[in-house]
Design a protein around this ligand. Structure first.
Ligand code: PLP
Length: 402
């Protein structure tokens, strides 16, 4: 098998719904990937946010192997230990919530949207069904999650979407307040917008959103599919937020995906107990959600985040990258650097970051571009100092492409 031969077979057999780069990966170890032609790469986009501990981390290999030899799926009509352990880890690191497990960020958001509407109708607020989301936000591709994702290119051709979604500018409290009406039941927001270009809100913005939700009895959903699991330098992105008095901000519902399983498909809707209690048997479900294999791997992700102190490492390594960027020979190409921990956006003066991603790939560095001209860096939190240092000149050189 070569890169070229597998790409040709792929074209004939798969739905071509993804923009692709010309590499076929056959092996990964830590932050290193090898393609079918034997070329090695440094992975600065870690499985689109999934492989937060890198490839084949020994703790995850051990967890999946052990679980695969013990118990697979039994169905959610029974109790299994790995999902309880994982839910307990979320309660210990996030807030006192209850977990519903599924497979993807979009599905977790679907569950959150349903629960927010259920909460309004259960509280006797029938007719309150509207949900406010944010311009440049991203919540997934299922119809409900897509309805909360206002990007016209993503919605085009799929009308009618789910009714009741209102879009307002991010980081603009007056705009949010003005959009709340008697039919509004919830707000869904990313603590840092990922797909929209790594947009970090003002320091008290999320506290302001929390206050508006409290004032109007709205369910506040934080979509932490990108910002969860240590990536931003803390366990969850909402832990970066506080009000003027230093008080933290806790959502009513948090959704997780991507990194939760370290690269195996597991996602979670994590809701405060009083909300979670509304989802009675039969109201929602997912056949393989929280199955022992995925849950055991995700539990090992959380064990490892703690054991290796990885959120703190994300903060340190993110700073190392931003320091290095300042001394690049191509620093003039950079308009702004945004983000937190190992979730960084480099906005370019050039209108398109695509050529940089392609030049980096050719040089053996995997990057991503979003929002047209923003390079998005999201390496594994376990990236070694050596790989990180080796990546810096490759990144600098790739910037020459614009
Ligand atoms: N929410 C956010 C913030 C995301 O960035 C994404 C995907 O990129 C999703 C939800 C959807 O996750 P998934 O692709 O697992 O459905």
């Amino acid at each position: 098998m070569t890169n070229a031969s597998l790409i040709a077979r792929h074209q004939d057999s798969l739905v071509l719904n993804y923009g692709k780069l010309p590499a076929t990966f056959v092996r990964g170890q830590g932050s290193r990937l090898t393609d079918a032609d034997g070329k090695s790469y440094i992975d600065f986009f870690a499985g689109f946010g999934g492989t937060i501990l890198g490839h084949c981390h020994p703790a995850l290999v051990s967890a999946i192997t052990q679980q695969a030899n013990t118990l697979w799926a039994v169905g959610n009509q029974f109790y299994t230990e790995p999902q309880v352990r994982l839910a307990e880890q979320l309660r210990a690191t996030a807030f006192d919530g209850r977990a519903f497990f599924c497979h993807s960020g979009a599905e977790a958001n679907e569950a959150a949207i349903k629960l927010a509407r259920l909460a309004a109708s259960t509280a006797g607020r029938e007719g309150r069904f509207k949900i406010i989301s944010f311009l440049k936000g991203f919540h997934g591709r299922t119809l409900g999650a897509l309805s909360a994702t206002p990007t016209p290119d993503y919605q085009k051709g799929f009308a009618p979407l789910i009714p009741g979604f209102t879009y307002v500018p991010y980081n603009d409290l007056p705009a949010l307040e003005a959009a709340i009406d008697p039919q509004t039941c919830a707000v869904i927001v990313e603590p840092i917008q990922g797909e929209g270009g790594i947009n970090v809100p003002d320091s008290h913005y999320l506290a302001g959103v929390r206050a508006l939700c409290d004032q109007h009895h709205l369910t506040l959903i934080f979509d932490e599919v990108w910002t969860g699991c240590g990536r931003t330098g803390v366990y969850f992105g909402h832990q970066l937020a506080q009000d003027e008095l230093g008080k933290g901000v806790i959502p009513d519902i948090m959704t997780l995906g991507k990194a939760l399983g370290g690269g195996v498909p597991v996602a979670c809707m994590f809701a405060k107990p009083e909300l979670a209690a509304l989802l009675k048997p039969g109201t929602h479900g997912c056949t393989l959600g929280g199955n022992p294999i995925c849950a055991a791997v995700a539990a090992a992700v959380f064990d490892t985040l703690e054991k290796e102190n990885l959120p703190a490492q994300a903060a340190q390594k993110g700073k190392r990258i931003t320091d290095a960027l300042a001394s690049f020979k191509n620093v003039g190409k950079i308009k702004q650097i945004r983000g937190s921990g190992l979730f960084l956006g480099i906005q370019l003066h050039a209108p398109d970051a695509g050529p940089v991603v392609q030049a980096a790939l050719a040089a053996g560095l995997i990057l991503n571009a979003t929002s047209k001209n923003v390079l998005r860096l999201a390496p594994a939190l376990t990236i070694t100092p050596r790989d990180l240092e080796e990546a810096m000149p490759l990144l600098d050189q790739a910037l020459s492409a614009v």
